[in-house]
Design a protein around this ligand. Structure first.
Ligand code: 5GP
Ligand code: MN
Length: 339
């Protein structure tokens, strides 16, 4: 993988570009994709953003979402764009299998793949150019760096600023996680200088839920959460029947895993959601417990030190049992709580 700087001088020649990201894109995945989209279209490139799957409706306010193709629903159109592409930007994922059904298509594409990502252990041999930096707060911060380093700060408009701010804000837990560097704050200061209004972005993301999602949250905290004080751990396990009963859609479960971390002493929070086709698992930790390794070791997953995920084809009960086993095997680390 050659450095990203190699493409700076090529930006002025119009190309066919595809931008893609991980399945079930979150704020950072969608924000970085659309931030880059709104940048590249200013050069006259023909740009298609493809999401491997659908996404949460609370991201639909982002400038450019209407143009985003859902690979599962618009496969033919998306395949055509991939076949015609000169460049395929791969944002906010480290391994091609994070794009689910698009994996093979990306693997076989003749276009040059370009990586911009902050996850651990990327498949660098799959990319012609790119940057991988696990110290970065978010892929949005890296897209901002790309724009700055290529010398086009003047092209940062409100569309770009809102997308980038949304992704950085969500991936840093509203600027609280350790990766929130001084550079992140300098970036936000620059976006503010350009006229960014952050209030509407927060409202669009956090004050925009339907009643059913709140009733669901009540049910989850009351009936589906278990606390293991001797392990400083909380587990939420959600059966598929709950998702049906409360009419839960993509994105409605995002952020639930963070709630137990607000309980005094809780160091590890996990959520297992029975999505029918698979069980999706998310982990969050505070301080020195490495959930990336935990997810890799037990749940076919990965991610970051304090935020990771995995999945399983086993039943919900079996995944809960596996979690109990994993927690027990990590008792020493979990019991000796240190920030
Ligand atoms: P979330 O829990 O929000 O789905 O994901 C937290 C972090 O872990 C994200 O950075 C995400 O990319 C990563 N992650 C989530 N699920 C998986 C997975 O199944 N495999 C890998 N390698 N990473 C995951
Ligand atoms: Mn990210």
């Amino acid at each position: 993988m050659q450095s990203l700087e190699q493409i700076f001088s090529l930006l002025l020649q119009p190309r066919k570009v595809v931008i893609t990201t991980h399945q079930k894109p979150d704020g950072d995945a969608m924000g970085s994709s659309l931030g880059l989209y709104n940048f590249l279209i200013q050069f006259g490139h023909s740009v298609t953003v493809i999401s491997p799957t659908n996404w949460a409706s609370f991201l639909n306010w982002m400038p450019g979402t209407k143009q985003v193709l859902d690979y599962e629903r618009q496969t033919e159109e998306a395949d055509k764009a991939i076949d015609a592409a000169d460049w395929i930007f791969c944002l906010d994922f480290n391994t091609l299998n994070r794009t689910k059904r698009m994996e093979q298509k990306l693997e076989n594409a003749t276009a040059q793949r370009i990586l911009i990502d902050h996850h651990q252990e990327p498949q660098t041999d799959k990319f012609a150019y790119g940057v991988s930096d696990t110290t970065k707060s978010s892929t949005c911060e890296m897209v901002y760096d790309f724009i700055e380093d290529s010398g086009y700060d003047d092209k940062i408009n409100m569309e770009i600023a809102e997308c980038i701010y949304a992704g950085v804000m969500t991936d840093t837990g509203s600027f609280r996680f350790p990766a929130t560097s001084a550079n992140v704050h300098r970036m936000v200061a620059n976006l503010k200088d350009k006229g960014l209004r952050q209030g509407p972005v927060h409202e669009a993301l956090y004050d925009n839920f339907l009643e059913n999602r709140f009733r669901f949250l009540g049910n989850v905290l009351l009936n589906r959460m278990e606390i293991f004080y001797e392990y400083n751990t909380a587990l939420i396990a959600i059966p598929q029947a709950d998702l049906i009963k409360y009419n839960i859609k993509t994105g409605d479960t995002e952020g639930l895993v963070n709630y137990p971390l607000s309980i005094q002493g809780i160091k590890l929070a996990a959520i297992i959601i029975d999505r029918g086709e698979e069980r999706k698992i998310s982990f969050r930790s505070k301080g020195g417990f490495d959930v990336n390794t935990f997810a890799r070791t037990y749940f076919n997953g990965g991610g970051h030190f304090n935020a990771a995920g995995g999945q399983s084809k086993e039943s919900l009960d079996e995944v809960v049992a596996l979690f109990s086993k994993a927690m027990t095997e990590n008792k020493n680390q979990l019991s000796n709580y240190q920030f």
